[in-house]
Design a protein around this ligand. Structure first.
Ligand code: ATP
Length: 359
């Protein structure tokens, strides 16, 4: 049976006329890593702050286990928050920063000393205890902020864009570390980011938010390959959209009339009807592009390369096919070189995904 740690029901928060969080409902499993992902202003941080108890709830409920925590103050929720700017006290040493919460709890000096030592060691900070935050690197500051939270042995860890002040490479290393720490402690973690790659890499589940609502909640694989609407498809990864109408449905396949031709895709039990307007989505790395006409003529479009950019592990092409434009990523550029001129695009029917047309 699923062990739900945090249950959110119809959660709503307003700031004046702005509905920052709009009837959000979610279930977060104990020990899981859940990420709120979405564009700036979509309500991620407000949702996290509501969980932390920093904001009062306007409508709806938040449960930690069986307990409704709407009226439970922040320090009694057994959840700690790590902030974007780490919020370390600049004049205190790392030892003093990390031990701060335990001192407030008036624990004995010996126990404080032992717990700090253990936590600093666990996070690889043991040699830095007497330095102030200004004397350590950004990555070490991030770990110190994490140490200060973890030492309180919370049941839930709430992280608000904790890696955003780090450079790209360090960010990737620290996020892997963070995930390892989270897994080894089995601590329920809720994470906020607007970086879709980070969300895909680090999470068990992603809640994609838009305009205060959760528009899809599921594991990264599902969010990427089975988005439920064009917003998610476009926000998470790169999307190629093709508009059309359903022209035939069989148990195996669905045929979509895109005006100048008909494309087929595998029928993953889509709930659609004949004549319905739909949007097909295909990811750039799943399109097959060649100079020669493919053997099978199904789902083939003729196009012309308009531009390309070399990204190292792949080349991204912009290809015009009539009035449509596709983004195609070809991996291992060294084996094919750079293509130009006329090309054939094949859209494998197993890689096309059907989305409802937006109004
Ligand atoms: P970002 O990625 O930019 O931090 P976000 O998704 O975390 O964005 P929130 O900070 O939750 O978004 O903000 C959601 C909406 O609520 C925005 O329109 C924001 O301007 C508004 N908002 C957030 N906090 C307050 C506040 N304290 N007072 C008034 N409006 C607020």
């Amino acid at each position: 049976m699923r062990d739900i740690h945090i249950r959110i029901r119809n959660l709503t928060k307003r700031f004046g006329d702005v509905v920052a969080v709009d009837k959000v409902s979610l279930e977060i499993e104990r020990g899981s890593f859940t990420t709120f992902l979405g564009p700036s202003g979509c309500g991620k941080t407000t949702t996290l702050r509501l969980l932390a108890g920093f904001y009062s709830v306007d409508e709806g409920e938040i449960f930690f286990g069986d307990r409704c925590v709407n009226d439970v103050p922040s320090h009694k929720r057994n959840a700690t928050m790590v902030f974007q700017d780490y919020a370390l006290f600049p004049h205190m040493t790392i030892f003093e920063n990390v031990s701060y919460g335990l001192k407030i709890m008036k624990l004995q000096t010996k126990e404080i000393e032992e717990r700090v030592e253990k936590t600093l060691k666990f996070l690889g900070l043991e040699g830095l205890r007497d330095r102030t935050p200004g004397m350590i690197s950004g990555g070490q500051q991030q770990r110190a902020a994490l140490a200060r939270s973890l030492i309180m042995e919370p049941e839930a860890l709430l992280l608000d864009e904790p890696l955003s002040n780090l450079d790209a490479k360090l960010r990737v290393n620290i996020r892997a570390e963070l995930r390892q720490i989270q897994k080894s402690l089995g601590i329920t973690t809720v994470y906020v980011t607007h970086d879709q790659e980070e969300a895909l890499a680090i999470s068990d589940s992603i809640a994609v938010m838009n305009k205060g609502k959760v528009v899809q909640f599921g594991p990264p694989w599902e969010i990427y390959y089975r988005p439920t609407n064009t917003f998610v498809a476009d926000f998470v990864g790169v999307a190629n959209f093709i508009h059309g109408k359903i022209s035939e449905i069989t148990s195996q396949e669905i045929f979509v009339d895109i005006e100048d031709q008909v494309l087929s895709l595998m029928n993953h039990r889509y709930q659609v009807s004949l004549g319905e307007r739909v949007v097909l989505n295909i990811r750039p790395e799943t399109i097959l592009m060649s100079k020669q006409s493919p053997e099978s003529q199904s789902n083939v479009l003729m196009g012309k390369i308009k531009a390309h950019t070399f990204v190292g592990q792949f080349i991204r092409y912009w290809v015009t096919c009539g009035k449509r434009e596709f983004i195609v990523d070809l991996h291992d550029p060294s084996s094919v070189g750079i293509l130009d001129g006329d090309v054939y695009l094949q859209l494998p029917s197993s890689k096309l995904h059907l989305l409802p047309a937006e109004d």
